[in-house]
Design a protein around this ligand. Sequence first.
Ligand code: SF4
Length: 333
Amino acid sequence: MRHYIIPIFIPELACPNRCIYCNQRYISGQINQPEKEEIIEKINTNLSTFKPPYKAELAFFGGSFTGIEPHKQIEYLEIIQPYIKRGEIESIRISTRPDYINESILQTLKAYNVRTIELGAQSLCQDVLDYAQRGHRVEDVENASKLIIDSGFDLGLQMMIGLPKDSIEKSILSAEKIVSLGAKSTRIYPTLVIENTELANLYRKGDYIPLELDDAVIWAANIYKIFYNNNVRILRVGLHPSESLISKTELLAGAFHVSFRELVLTEIWKQELNQIPKDKTKQLIITTHPKSKNHAIGYCSSNKNYLQTQFKHVFYQEDSSLKDLEFNYHLSN
Ligand code: SF4
């Protein structure tokens, strides 16, 4: 069965926070919250393209959903209810801040068929959160996560890598904490420097150096494996919370690549395949799941090209019974 997402962008127009990487305040004058008719049109257009049998989820993304005025939240949630009653949409997903969650907010979300709540945790290290001026504490992430799970929702925790004060060790710690808090899904965003942000000022003064692309790929590969090994679904690797708003002129610096996820999976496969004992007199046959074959070959065939320098010949074949990161290999003369 196909799983479709209908994305509805709801900017939080008056976010009172000052996260140093975010240009939401700058852009807030230039965008509006969508009207009911626009949302209905978007849903209907999406539904008309879905091929049955399918499961559809509506995702409110953008700012912090539970930070918008309560009557507006309800207005938005009410639009979706007839679709849920008719079975056209199965569930709703929202994203918000850890400190915008409490029992009464959760009761409302429950009453309107919200199933998944994603929190922007960004880091589970207090010094990283403080420097980024997130305005919440690690305990807020822990408490909100517990409340969300205890209330029967699916929890998603998003994280950023390469914020000021972050390190690969701290990002691994954050990922491990996300696993232990019971997240079912996650997103990994390398920090990008966007125009009209405090981070842009720091960058221009030389007080912040973003991760190089190669380093961001290695950090993300380490984190990806932690989530993969603990069955946390990785919904996104790459880009930034305000991704839909980034234009080339707004992006100043940072580990941005249109195929960032592919680069990360290429790195993971490079590390896995490197464990095969090298022998230039033998030919190597690698077997992977069909979906993983391209990643095992690598972005621009980088893994295959490297292996071809270490073996007489290299061949890839497929086996659907293998898991995503599983492989078999065979060496012959
Ligand atoms: S990242 Fe979210 S909470 Fe922080 S300033 Fe931007 S919109 Fe507000």
